[in-house]
Structure formats: C-alpha cells, structure tokens
Design a protein around this ligand. Structure first.
Ligand SMILES: Nc1ncnc2c1ncn2[C@@H]1O[C@H](COP(=O)(O)OP(=O)(O)OP(=O)(O)O)[C@@H](O)[C@H]1O
Length: 515
C-alpha cells in the first residue's frame, strides 16, 4: 500500500517536472525566435481587438482566427520542445533550417559542458552553466556552421582542441575550424559526407601558373592548390591516390605547358609506368636514378642561370614564354633518396636540397610524392613548403607529415581507404581541411597530354662520345654539359608561335637560358 502511494507520488512528481521542462524549452524557443513570435503575437492582438469590438456571430469567428494565429506563432516551439523531450536530439534534417539552428542553440550549453568548454559560475539562484557564446548558427545542405566566442580565460586553441568532440556530439562526419578574429572561431560541421563521390576531373581549359583546380573541399566548395612559390610534398600509403594528386597538378598546368609558360620535368622511378601515360606533357622524363640525377642537374643549371639574370633586377621569377616556370614532378621520391646505392642517394639528396632551398623565388619548384614520410627516407622533408597528407598509416606519421599536435586536427590516419584521393591539408591561415582530388582516367590524361604537349623536349640519354676523343678529355667532361635538345615534331595548335618555334637550350656554367 505504502509502496503504491510512493509510486503514485513519484509519477506525479515526474509529470510536474516534465511539464516544467517542456514549458522551459518552449519559452527558451520563444525567446530565441522572438522576431517570429512577436510578429504573430502582434497579429493575434489585432485579431483579438477585432473580435472584441465585433458583434456576434462575427466575434466567435474572429476569436477562432485569433487562436489559429497564436497556434501558428507558438506551435513550432511546442513541436521543437516535444521533439527535444522525446529524443534529446536536435530537430531532424527535414525540419526547416531555422528550426534546426534553434535546436542546436538549445543543445549547445550541454554539448559545450560535455566537451569541456563550459564552466559553472555562481548565479543569483545557485550555480549556473556558462558556455562559450554561440554568436552565429547557420544551416546549409549537409553543413552546420557555428561561430563560437571564447570565454575569458580560454584561447582559440581551447575551442579548436574540443572541435572533434563537438563534431562527434552532432554526429558530423567532418569538421573545419577557422579563426574568425581574435576572440572567435568558425566551426563548420559536415552532417553529410560531400566527398563520398570524388568525381572525375574535367579537361583543363585555363592557362595558369599560380593555382590549379584539384577537386573539392569537404564543405563542397572547389579545392584549388597553390603551385607558384611552393614546393609540394604529397605523402600517402600505397593505394591512397597519389596518382590523382600527381596528374591533378600536371594536367592542371597543362594549358600553361602548351602555352610555353611552364616546363614540366618528370621523374618516375617506378619504371616510368605512371608518367608514360602523359609523356608528351614533359620536357624530360627520367625513369632511372641516373636520369633523375641528370634532370635535377639540368634544373639546377637553369636555377643558376636565372639567379644570375635576376640578380639586382627582380626578387621573384615571373613566368614568361622566354623564361618559363620549371616544375619537377617526382613520383616515389624515396627510390631516389633512400632505396638506391649510397652514391646516388647522397647526390640526389644534395641536389634536391639545393633546389628546395633556392628554387622557390627563382621559379624552380618541386612536387614530390612519397609513401614513407620518415626522415631517413626523405632527409629534405622539412624543406617542402606545403604538404598534402593522403591516407597515412598512424598518428605518428601524421605528426611527421603535418607537425606536432596535428593528428587531432587533421586525422589523415582515419581517411577511409574506400575513398582514394582524399587528403588533409593545412591552409595558409593555419586551419586544416579535408579535400578530395578528382579522379584522372588514363584516357583524359592522354588526351590532355596530346592537346597541350610540351613545345620542346630534352633528351636525357648520355651524349655520344667520339671514337677518337682522348680518354682524359672524356673524363673531364662536365656533367652539366648541354645535350642535344629535340624539338617535338607535332607542336600543339594552342602553343604560341614563339613557344613552339624555338627550342630552349639548357645553360652551362651559369649561362643564360635562351628561349
Ligand atoms: N580521386 C580518386 N577517386 C577515385 N578513385 C581514385 C582516386 N584516386 C585514385 N583512385 C583509385 O585508387 C587506386 C589507387 O590509386 P593510385 O594508384 O593513385 O594510388 P597510389 O597512392 O599512387 O598507390 P601506389 O603508391 O601504390 O602507386 C587506383 O585504382 C585508382 O583508380
């Protein structure tokens, strides 16, 4: 009997508490949606006044209309409160955006507390939870953007560190964090995986030496990669999609290659298999360690010549048809710097370091792909000025590639193996973003390479030695001696006359590059 009374009182108390919570959620919603509520209350007020001054039977009809207006104004709040009471979750995707935004605001204090961002303070009626204010909430297709202001005593890093937890709390598949001034952070949560379908690349059209279109960012916007003034290292385990990055850059620069504004130097030590598909794009293509060293030496000769020419006149190289941008594209760099004989390794590392330290301003850039990012494999790792982290094997590798503390912000070791071409990048403002390169099928690479073939080609095979040449003079032959340069038989229709008519000579001993 006693137990029964106790149970009835308990249920009654729970009902009261439930009603109080419902009323609080509703009132909070009314406060947050106050412009909407105020509008409908004003309309309801006018309707009530009209009902009061009208005689019967119009009065009853006008009162009914007033209740309908009140229902329209306050009803959504009741729906939101009911949904929150029943599920504890934000309003589902099919709800209007403003409704979802309000649900997110309602839930924010508890999410912030769970993620370690809120603190308790002494209020007038006891302890209250103080969460970092949400300055803005925006909902778009598959995206939820929050602008979070820091509390006194917090830094932007405090919020950034908690973002993975906030993303998980909202069931987001990805996130982007960007500073929005000294006291706020923009957090974008991806509620749908917009990178699930990487898409196929489109034939390149624009002549560019600055940035190339590569694919999409995780918020669905286009991803462009800066090429000018950067040495780019692409790191990813086998099958992570380094090929998409390689061809995205090579084919993105293809119109400029055809126009004579860019020279591509290819190094493919995996027996030249990758590079052969788009061979016409390259001024020279190396497939052996010896040829690779030769490519690097020739590029350094250009670097020397350009340095002399620019001394005292310009600080940064501007690509022209007479003096194009030189980009060395290396597939599997480690074969040159680690998996070869000691002499080639040392020479390769030395030449690479020379280009990486001096080439940026002089218009000689390196784009290198590698599977293993360890320092023993890539001694010059720290000299690359931007890194694309495709799928990696461990947190330690992410730290090696992107830096200390980046494994939480750019978890490249968690990239889905079923989505090759996906990578984490660090933007210029220090924020991280997930991107996916578009896929380049062989036919498109072939068609692009044929359409924008390099106006000139360099032969890397050793120059023939005359039979009657004395042995001593053979030994003295400089490794930088210019070799025969073959003109491409079929210059592309798009290439300007100056670019295709003459063949550039590779300079010797600091001589100028002649177009
Ligand atoms: N952006 C992409 N979208 C869809 N599929 C892709 C994409 N990039 C690559 N792939 C597919 O993923 C597979 C592996 O790609 P890829 O050969 O480029 O990897 P990799 O990193 O170069 O591997 P390895 O170092 O072993 O050569 C290929 O079958 C390719 O078709």
């Amino acid at each position: 009997m006693n137990q029964k009374v106790k149970t009835t009182a308990h249920v009654g108390w729970r009902v009261v508490r439930g009603c109080a919570r419902f009323a609080r959620l509703w009132l909070v919603w009314c406060w947050r949606a106050r412009p909407w509520v105020a509008l409908w209350l004003a309309v309801a007020g006018f309707t009530w006044f009209g009902a009061v001054i009208q005689p019967e039977p119009e009065r009853s009809a006008t009162f009914t209309a007033m209740w309908a207006v009140l229902g329209l104004g306050l009803g959504p709040g009741a729906l939101v409160a009911t949904w929150r009471m029943l599920t504890g979750w934000p309003v589902p995707w099919f709800a209007p955006r403003w409704l979802i935004a309000h649900a997110v605001r309602l839930r924010w204090p508890s999410v912030a507390a769970e993620c370690g961002l809120a603190r308790t303070a002494q209020g007038k009626r006891g302890p209250v939870l103080v969460a970092p204010p949400l300055a803005r909430v925006r909902v778009r297709d598959g995206l939820l953007s929050l602008r979070v202001r820091v509390l006194v005593g917090q830094t932007l890093e405090t919020i950034e560190t908690a973002v993975p937890k906030i993303a998980t709390a909202h069931g987001a598949v990805g996130h982007v964090v960007k500073p929005a001034g000294p006291t706020a952070v923009d957090v974008t949560l991806m509620t749908a995986d917009l990178l699930a379908d990487g898409g196929t690349a489109l034939p390149p059209q624009t002549v560019t030496t600055e940035v190339v279109p590569m694919g999409a960012r995780q918020d669905g916007t286009a991803w462009y990669l800066q090429i000018a003034q950067r040495h780019t290292l692409v790191v990813g385990c086998s099958g992570s999609g380094k090929g998409s990055m390689f061809w995205g850059i090579a084919c993105g620069l293809a119109p400029a290659v055809g126009a004579g504004l860019v020279r591509l130097w290819g190094v493919d030590l995996k027996r030249g298999v990758e590079l052969r598909v788009g061979a016409p794009l390259f001024t020279a293509a190396a497939a052996t360690p010896a040829e690779s060293l030769e490519v690097l030496r020739r590029v350094i000769a250009i670097l020397d010549a350009r340095g002399h020419a620019m001394a005292g006149t310009a600080r940064n190289h501007v690509p022209t048809v007479d003096d194009p941008l030189d980009v060395v594209l290396i597939d599997e760099l480690a074969i040159l710097t680690a998996y070869t004989d000691a002499e080639t390794k040392a020479e390769g590392a030395r030449l690479l370091a020379e280009i990486l330290t001096q080439g940026r301003a002089l218009g000689v850039l390196i784009v290198a792909c590698v599977q293993d990012p360890r320092k023993e494999t890539i001694p010059a790792r720290g000299l690359f000025t931007q890194t694309l982290a495709l799928r990696l094997r461990s947190r330690d590798e992410v730290t090696m590639v992107l830096g200390e503390g980046m494994a939480a912000l750019a978890p490249a070791h968690r990239i889905n193996p079923a989505q090759p071409g996906t990578a984490w990048v660090v933007n210029d403002d220090g924020s991280t973003d997930k991107v996916r390169a578009a896929y380049w099928p062989d036919e498109l690479i072939r068609a692009t390479a044929e359409r924008f073939a390099a106006p000139t080609r360099v032969d890397l095979s050793p120059a023939p030695v005359a039979e009657d040449e004395p042995e001593r003079s053979r030994r003295k032959r400089s490794p930088r001696k210019p070799r025969a340069v073959e003109a491409v038989p079929d210059a592309p229709a798009e290439a300007p006359a100056e670019a295709s008519a003459e063949v550039p000579e590779v300079p010797v001993d600091g001589g100028e590059v002649a177009a």
